[in-house]
Design a protein around this ligand. Structure first.
Ligand SMILES: *[C@@H]1O[C@H](CO)[C@@H](O)[C@H](O)[C@H]1NC(C)=O
Length: 357
């Protein structure tokens, strides 16, 4: 009892701790979100000291008061919260230095012009908007990524600069590729290749899995078949049991790079040689003018076969019995002529007959 109570209390304490930690994390997250909503092209490339110098002379026209805060808010509005600016910054890999140059070329002259002067917010607004417009125009002309090959797979290239994270996004494709349908006639072979149209690292491992019967992409339905460097999976002679979805997953170390799916449909084939033979047998057994179709030929054939066997057995047995009785009758008549005395004593007669046989 005592121990159980203590354990319960411990449990409650740990729960309380967990709740406190969660609250703290939530609070921190919300506060950090309030303080810095997101980065932007401006914040990625312009140092805070430069922005500080830019904003020193900002005057709010309504109050005629200097306000660096108000200046930062307008920078946010014009650059940081503007989707067009962020979109213009999505240049291809290696071009972030060009983005930096473009933006600096717009901001630095303003900083220089405004140095040691007070300027109305309207003046700031006009200059900063013009700078944003110029940045959008120039950055949009930078080459965009064309190396990402859709629609799937982790393609580790700097696909596009992201002004929200100040980093490059890699190609934003899902790991799962769409299912490819393959039809094969029963008995034929198939080959599936785990090929992707983009470059792979050297250290890859390919894991082949199979989900019997169904067309699926759900991981838990698959069972591993092989694993190794082999990107080819082949079945030399398919049966209906090979029907289902095959998945190949390419790993580099523990990182999954891509998952390909093949849904194999096996079309059943009647066995041609057998059918032809069955047809001949059936027609031989059937009354004239009746024909059977191949699929239900087999049971009929066996039925006739059994009937024929029974009839033959019956006939043979009757014949045997008939000949035995005829033979016996003949022997009886002969015996009566040879040993007329034996007729008087049946027991004796049988004793002799048995000996003679
Ligand atoms: C974003 O900035 C461009 C250029 O300054 C401007 O034309 C556009 O209206 C802005 N968009 C929003 C949503 O503020």
């Amino acid at each position: 009892m005592e121990a159980g109570f203590e354990e319960k209390q411990k449990h409650l304490l740990s729960l309380e701790l967990l709740l406190k930690i969660t609250m703290a994390v939530l609070w921190l997250t919300s506060v950090s979100l309030l303080i810095c909503p997101s980065l932007s092209c401006y914040l990625c490339f312009i140092k805070p000291q430069v922005s500080g110098r830019l904003c020193v002379g900002y005057v709010v026209s309504a109050t005629k008061v200097n306000s660096v805060d108000e200046c930062f808010r307008s920078l946010d509005r014009i650059f940081n919260l503007n989707e067009t600016v962020v979109k213009a910054g999505r240049a291809a890999g290696g071009l972030e230095s060009r983005l930096k140059e473009i933006l600096e070329a717009e901001i630095f002259p303003i900083v220089k012009d405004f140095q040691g002067k007070r300027n109305m917010d309207t003046v700031y607004e006009r200059r900063l908007r013009k700078a944003a417009d110029n940045f959008i125009e120039a950055a949009s002309k930078l080459p965009r990524d064309n190396k990402c090959i859709p629609p799937c797979g982790f393609q580790n290239i700097d696909a596009a600069y992201n002004c929200i994270t100040c980093q490059y996004d890699s190609c934003l494709f899902p790991l799962d590729c769409p299912v490819e349908d393959i039809e094969v006639k029963e008995g034929r072979g198939i080959q599936m290749r785990c090929d992707v149209p983009f470059d792979l690292p050297n250290d890859i491992e390919v894991v082949w899995k199979f989900a019997e019967e169904f067309k699926t992409q759900e991981t838990e339905q698959f069972k591993e078949v092989t694993a190794g460097p082999d990107r080819l999976y082949s079945i030399s002679s398919t049966t209906t049991e090979h029907q289902g979805t095959y998945q190949c997953e390419i790993f580099s170390g523990i990182r999954s790079i891509v998952r390909l799916y093949f849904y194999v449909t096996v079309i059943p084939q009647p066995v041609v040689g057998h059918t032809a033979l069955q047809g001949i047998f059936d027609q031989a057994l059937l009354p004239r003018g009746q024909f059977l179709t191949a699929p239900d030929a087999a049971p009929h054939f066996f039925l006739h076969h059994r009937l024929l066997f029974l009839l033959t057995t019956c006939l043979a047995t009757s014949l045997l019995l008939l000949s035995v009785s005829v033979g016996f009758l003949y022997w009886l008549s002969v015996a009566e002529v040879d040993h007329p005395v034996a007729d008087s004593d049946e027991e004796d007669y049988f004793g002799v007959s048995l000996l003679e046989i």
